[in-house]
Design a protein around this ligand. Structure first.
Ligand code: INI
Length: 175
């Protein structure tokens, strides 16, 4: 059986010199502020500096996509984190907020090429949210901080290897 040694590519976890934007929903801020604190903790422990991180607050999760798209368009950030918490209520409002927020955040990163980390809790109860914001199930904010570093690093790497292979192809065409 053939055994090839594939080239492995992944982003590292050093945040030194990187820039991050964090959009945080004020709705359910009892939870979102805990997620934010943990995300900042992850960035700081990995070497990010205060000057390299901007935090923008928005009314609710529904406002996260446009905010992230605008932040991405500034060209200032290596990666963004969108922080929100949507708790199921009696109406269909939950479904609209969840689907449009996730769809919008995916569009923001696909349209701009800047990684947008999805740190939006979508839960049935406040208890589930608390579990994911530092109680039983770890803290989704901390995981999101790490994901932002990894995706920011990976994007830089893929961008520079794409540039290198473009240059190599141009050189090959000229010779
Ligand atoms: N926004 C949230 O972030 N979480 C929720 O649970 C929520 N609920 O349940 O309504 C919520 N609604 C507000 C929404 O995100 C917008 O801010 C609002 O509709 C104005 O556009």
């Amino acid at each position: 059986m053939a055994k090839i040694e594939a080239t492995q590519v992944s982003g590292g976890l050093s945040a030194t010199g990187m820039r991050f934007g964090i959009a945080v929903s004020r709705f359910n801020n009892f939870i979102t502020e805990r997620l934010l604190t943990a995300a900042l903790d992850a960035l700081e422990r990995a070497g990010a500096s205060g000057k390299g991180v901007d935090v923008v607050r928005v009314p609710g999760s529904f406002e996260l996509p446009l905010t992230c798209k605008k932040l991405a368009q500034t060209g200032k950030y290596d990666a963004l984190i969108a922080i929100g918490c949507v708790i199921r209520g009696e109406t269909a409002h939950y479904d609209y907020v969840c689907s449009e927020t996730s769809r919008g955040l995916q569009l923001a990163q696909m349209d701009t090429g800047v990684p947008v980390i999805f740190c939006v809790l979508t839960v049935d109860t406040l208890e589930q949210a608390i579990d994911r914001a530092g109680l039983k199930s770890g803290n989704k904010g901390f995981e999101s901080g790490l994901a932002a570093i990894e995706m920011g690093r990976l994007s830089k790497k893929l961008r520079s290897s794409a540039t290198t292979s473009d240059a190599t192809q141009k050189k090959a065409r000229r010779s």
